[in-house]
Write a protein that binds this ligand. Sequence first.
Ligand code: S3P
Length: 182
Amino acid sequence: MGYVRVYNGVIKVIGNQQSIVFIGFMGAGKTTIGKLVAEKLRREFIDIDEAIEKEYGIPTSEIFKKIGEKAFRAKEKEIIIELSKRQGYILSLGGGAFLQEETREACLQNCTVIFLDISWEYWKERIGLIIDSRPVLQGRNQEEIRELFNSRQAIYQHHHIKIGTDDQQPEQIAEYIVSKLG
Ligand code: S3P
């Protein structure tokens, strides 16, 4: 059994064990929804930011401060490319991971990529909840964050499945994803 996936005009039938990758802007719900989908499909969930934090033994904001974004991005790419080759995982990627072409290509080739699409109107209500733990948001005003939000949308267009999350609860979204994956 499998399901059909289309990307760049190429149609593939995907086996049930293909890993699933969640992409989207910070705070879109990738980790929450990814964990729910993993529970429902009885698969192992990995949050890439957490995996990077484990390697360095400090939180992401400290990695950015002490070691730098460049090192964070290098580690992010290395971990994602390695995990994308494995079967059966549910991976939640950081919102900037798809900026790197090799990361994008590895995920699009090896996994099913699900874009969690949230509108600015909904997202801006979450700023206060996430800003402290997201170094790329710090020191920017709302207009600058909006520009970042808009500029990132292009990289998220590289996906297999897009799910609009406005007005939906994580549980509903996870159920929908599971039903769509068959
Ligand atoms: C980042 C997103 C974060 C984390 C890091 C950088 C980004 O992940 O990887 O702070 O550049 O968008 P989340 O999308 O899980 O918040």
